[in-house]
Design a protein around this ligand. Structure first.
Ligand code: 5CA
Ligand code: ZN
Length: 390
């Protein structure tokens, strides 16, 4: 897999029978768009490949079910934020099920994990890595990045770039009184009119990065085999989550490999809830788009590249699905075991799904006398690519 921290490829070989995967989950204030879907399909492919290799996969995914963007959206629409979060989380689950994404073993919301997250904040305070700043009522708690000796080793960005990204992605570099402008929030003291939970730090709610650190470490321990998400999470989110984990446990690395999917865009911009340039999975489902065609459309580009979504990709996915169904309905074809080995090989090379898809195309286009092949190819496509041809 390509590892963002080392900037190169490394062999991801879990050292125990159960592989440990953490993938950053949704912030449920709007429906699942194709960018999310592409990212979760990439990690679904990894989980399928591991299972094919005989590993069990302990897969943890969070839901950021309380955060500023969610509260802002609910306020804008005059809705209760818990209603928005529950509705969109449920829709996400339905979308993932329809896409045949294998569910995580632990699907954990920030709200249900409130106590354990607060306990991690306390640990960071006790480690001398956190400090308090006066809030309108009570005190906010910040993490001191200088407490982490490895800070910067996930993203390798210079300070100017970090400052810019921090401001864009939920940080507050301009907050007066911080020891370092990049120091991230660990605990936000209750603000009037906002939800808050009791904790040893006073009533409030957690910062974003420590949410993922706590949820991951409490279920998987360290190091994770893979920490995953979209490339918009490399900094500050994954840099900060790793720094928190380092200080809380004294260990490094947080993850053996930091794997990041490229951004899916529409009309020249990253698809994002804040920008509103979205194509929703649920919308395609109501339009009766075949989930297999959508999977093939999304898997036809390599997960790491940034890309533009076009209706043409979906049409190509549909054509491919039809050709594959026809190919597997034959009485025989070229060697099925050779195809299986080749697909396994392609996916093992940093999840090269475009190559895997071309291999199946070629198998469908060629003749052969292997009578077991159509069934084996159908199973291969089902198990490794998640597409039903039957
Ligand atoms: N709740 C946090 C992670 S802890 C969050 O980033 N939520 S999210 O809803 O904004 O994104 C969910 C996942 O989809 C993240 O892994 C994110 O990196 C990924 N993602 C968001 N937008 C895109 C996009 N346009 N293309 C590809 N992946 C995306
Ligand atoms: Zn996260």
């Amino acid at each position: 897999m390509h590892d963002s921290a080392s900037g190169g490829r490394l062999e991801v070989r879990p050292d125990r029978p159960t592989a440990r995967l953490y993938v950053c989950g949704i912030t449920p204030y709007d429906a699942t768009h194709l960018g999310h879907a592409a990212t979760y399909l990439a990690f679904d492919t990894l989980a399928r490949l591991w299972r094919d290799r005989g590993y069990a996969v302990d897969y943890v995914q969070n839901v950021t079910d309380v955060d500023d963007p969610l509260l802002e959206r609910a306020a804008r629409d005059g809705e209760d934020w818990t209603v928005v979060a529950e509705r969109e989380t449920e829709l996400f689950r339905e979308d993932m099920t329809a896409l045949r994404v294998l569910p995580p073993t632990h699907f954990v919301g920030a709200v249900e994990a409130m106590e354990e997250i607060a306990a991690y904040v306390l640990r960071l305070i006790e480690a001398g890595a956190a400090y308090r700043l006066p809030a309108p009522v009570g005190e906010d708690v910040y993490f001191s990045i200088t407490a982490s000796t490895h800070f910067g080793q996930v993203s390798h960005l210079d300070t100017a770039r970090m400052l810019r990204l921090s401001a864009e992605r939920g940080g507050d570099p301009d907050r007066v009184g911080k020891k370092h402008p990049l120091d991230p929030l660990l605990w936000l003291a209750a603000r009037p009119g906002e939800p808050a939970w009791p904790s040893p730090l006073g009533p409030g709610r957690p910062g974003w990065h420590v949410e993922c650190t706590a949820i991951a470490l409490n279920r998987l321990g360290m190091p994770l085999d893979v920490q995953g998400g979209g490339s918009d999470l490399v900094f500050p989110h994954h840099e900060m989550s790793a720094a928190h984990a380092e200080v809380a446990t004294g260990g490094w690395p947080f993850a053996r490999a930091y794997v990041h999917a490229g951004m899916v865009g529409l009309d020249g911009h990253k698809m994002s809830k804040s920008r509103g340039n979205l194509v929703f999975v649920s919308r395609l489902r109501t339009d009766d788009v075949d989930a297999g065609a959508l999977r093939l459309a999304l898997l036809s580009a390599h997960y790491r590249g940034d890309r533009e979504w076009t209706g043409g990709a979906l049409e190509a996915g549909q054509r491919r699905l039809t050709a594959w169904r026809t190919g597997c309905a034959r009485g025989s074809g070229p060697s099925g075991t050779a195809l299986l080995d080749a697909v396994r090989g392609a996916l093992a090379e940093d999840l090269d799904t475009p190559a895997a898809l071309r291999l199946v195309d070629a198998w469908c286009a060629a003749d052969g006398d292997d009578r077991h092949a159509p069934g084996l190819v159908r199973d291969t496509v089902d198990a490794l690519l998640g597409v039903l041809l039957a």
